[in-house]
Design a protein around this ligand. Structure first.
Ligand SMILES: Nc1ncnc2c1ncn2[C@@H]1O[C@H](COP(=O)(O)OP(=O)(O)OP(=O)(O)O)[C@@H](O)[C@H]1O
Ligand SMILES: [Mg+2]
Ligand SMILES: [Zn+2]
Length: 584
């Protein structure tokens, strides 16, 4: 597997070590720290204790060593260490007697600190300062911290402590108040990318920018991790890196594949999802890793939806932001949260399973359903429209029985009509009924096929189905079926958007021309398609207009829907809640 390994000399030095910055200027992305330290060095306003905190692999230890060199450099001061004097070269090599570096993670006890303090009492052997670099200082025990505190309170003039930690919150306040604090940041992706480009060039590594972006991405804002990823890639591919190798090796799912899957979920497109899983399996991808990547993708989408679009906070390269925005627009916030939870469930179910491929496939298909799982309000709204339809069936013998298209969306029933000509229409029931009688005469000249859609008892859903299947496009067909209903009014077909989500609305709007064609073909003459927004927000329109609060059946259904058991059932088995009356 290590096909590139023969290209390397025996003592291959990992990139992170080889490219450890040696001057303040070489530290990438922490200018706020370097500048302050340089200024303090130049003006000799230095503390005896420093605390460097921040995420892993962002330059804390490197900066601590540079500061140690700067403090003891034998050359004249510009702030930067010369890198050539005995002190500088020894510190770089890690064998300077006056610079003591300890890892608190493996020296947590009070005795270790006592030894250290003991050493601090002696004058430096050669250089100006005796410097203690304490890495992972948060690992010290309470007793060790107290012992350290005493020395920090009255440090000997020749001593400097440079402490580093990834867990700032674990440092006692008493210690913090005695240190000059510097907080390191995650390094912006473009800076890491530039650094890796520079390094690949110097190391004669041929790698595409896209592949390098993947490497940067896998580092999550840590330059060290990005460099280690590059090490891995080069060890695998040699110095000519193929794009595919990078994705496989780093267990990364390419952004375009993720994007395809997210869109397939939004489209309820199970075929694409399964096909994509098949490809991942063929490419030898780790499916558990893929599931985690998908989880983090949905985390990004939720964060974006919450209005946070800072690539650093999102933890993504800036170049991915536009596509990610498009993906987020496909869902409502509630959908995204639901999807995230479902993926979380898939992830934990896969953890100890053997048939992980099947689990993943079934989970992803469920996701496609979760995406269109409706809220209780929508369900109630649908129920209301059902009861409208049944009212209609019952009143078939009334003068209005020939109504071509029954209003299925109760939501459209309360508001007065909009001025004519408006693209998005809102109609009151009275208005609709009035119009319907007109429709009957105007629809006399329709083809017999279309007449069948206006047969008594045919609902607005029927017309919708006919138009949908007439588009001849499977994806669009199922999208249109997701709408509330359709009505024919003279030379207009009105699509009832009802509770359609943002994605659905957009798709319908984008495909209006095709839908118009399909509708015209069905009706037998040229019709225009209008979109009708519900006149009331779904929660206000949860009740059919003519059902009173005291309607016992409706109240029962509502109550049933509020039951936690019903809600959790809906979580697992997406579907509609219908009223079923069992006569005693
Ligand atoms: N800001 C940076 N500028 C340049 N190189 C960096 C930077 N941060 C990390 N590196 C690279 O990563 C390597 C490791 O960095 P360093 O040990 O300084 O990180 P750290 O913050 O101490 O990490 P940890 O918290 O894991 O100890 C360095 O040798 C260097 O190659
Ligand atoms: Mg470190
Ligand atoms: Zn020097």
């Amino acid at each position: 597997m290590l096909r590139g390994s023969t290209l390397f000399p025996m003592q291959y030095q990992v990139l992170a070590r080889k490219w450890r910055p040696q001057t303040f200027q070489e530290i990438v992305g922490q200018e706020h720290v370097s500048r302050t330290l340089l200024n303090a060095l130049k003006s000799d306003r230095l503390a005896h204790a420093f605390l460097f905190s921040g995420p892993r692999g962002c330059g804390k230890t490197s900066t601590a060593r540079i500061l140690a060199k700067a403090l003891n450099c034998h050359e004249d001061k510009t702030g930067e260490p010369c890198g050539k004097c005995a002190s500088c070269t020894e510190i770089t090599a890690g064998n300077c007697i006056d610079v003591i570096e300890i890892d608190a993670a493996s020296n947590t006890g009070v005795d270790n600190v006592r030894q250290l303090i003991e050493q601090a009492r002696y004058q430096p052997a050669r250089d100006r300062h005796k410097i203690f670099i304490i890495d992972e200082v948060h690992m010290l025990s309470n007793a060790a911290f107290s012992a350290l505190l005493k020395t920090l309170e009255e440090p000997p003039a020749h001593v400097a402590f440079i402490m580093a930690t990834t867990e700032f919150h674990k440092i006692p306040a008493t210690i913090l108040s005695r240190c000059q604090q510097y907080s390191f940041r995650l390094i912006p992706y473009p800076r890491i990318l530039d650094q890796l480009k520079m390094i690949s060039k110097a190391e004669k590594i041929e790698i595409s920018e896209a592949a390098l972006e993947q490497v940067v991405f896998s580092g999550g804002g840590s330059l060290r991790d990005a460099m280690s990823a590059l090490d891995q890639v080069v060890a695998f591919s040699g110095t000519r890196v193929k794009d595919d190798d990078v994705a496989i090796l780093l267990g990364l799912i390419e952004p375009r594949i993720l994007s395809r899957i997210v869109k397939a979920i939004a489209n309820n497109d199970a075929a694409t999802i399964l096909g994509q899983v098949g490809e991942l399996v063929e490419a030898g991808q780790d499916l558990k890793g893929f599931c985690r990547t998908l989880l983090s993708q949905f985390r990004h989408l939720v964060v974006l939806k919450a209005g946070i679009a800072d690539p650093a906070l999102l933890g993504i390269p800036e170049t991915l932001l536009p596509d990610l925005r498009d993906q987020a627009a496909l869902f409502s916030k509630e959908d995204l949260l639901r999807l995230f939870e479902t993926i979380l469930k898939i992830d934990s179910s896969m953890r100890n399973a053997t048939q992980i491929r099947f689990l993943l496939e079934m989970g992803l298909i469920e996701l496609a359903y979760v995406a269109r799982l409706k809220s209780i309000e929508d369900l109630i709204a649908e129920f209301s429209s059902l009861s409208d339809d049944s009212e209609l069936t019952q009143s078939r013998n009334s003068p209005d029985m020939n109504i071509a298209t029954a209003p299925s969306s109760h939501a459209s029933r309360k508001e007065p009509a909009n001025p004519p000509g408006e693209r998005i229409e809102k109609k009151s029931p009275e208005k609709l009924i009035g119009q319907k009688s007109k429709n009957i005469s105007s629809s006399q000249n329709l083809r017999s096929q279309s007449m069948s859609a206006s047969e008594p008892g045919r609902t607005s859903k029927d017309l919708l189905h006919e138009i949908a299947s007439n588009t001849g496009r499977e994806a669009l067909d199922s999208l249109i079926q997701g709408l509330d209903g359709a009505r024919l009014e003279e030379d207009k077909v009105i699509l009832e958007l009802g509770s359609a989500n943002e994605f659905l609305r957009r798709q319908i709007k984008e495909n209006l021309a095709v839908i118009e064609q399909a509708a015209s073909a069905f009706v037998g003459k040229s019709v225009s398609v209008l979109l009708e927004e519900p006149s009331n927000p779904p929660q206000n329109s949860a009740k059919p207009q003519n059902s009173s609060d005291s309607d016992p059946e409706e109240n029962l259904l509502e109550k049933a829907k509020r039951e936690p058991i019903v809600q959790s059932f809906l979580d697992i088995f997406p579907g509609q809640v219908k009223a079923e009356k069992i006569d005693p």
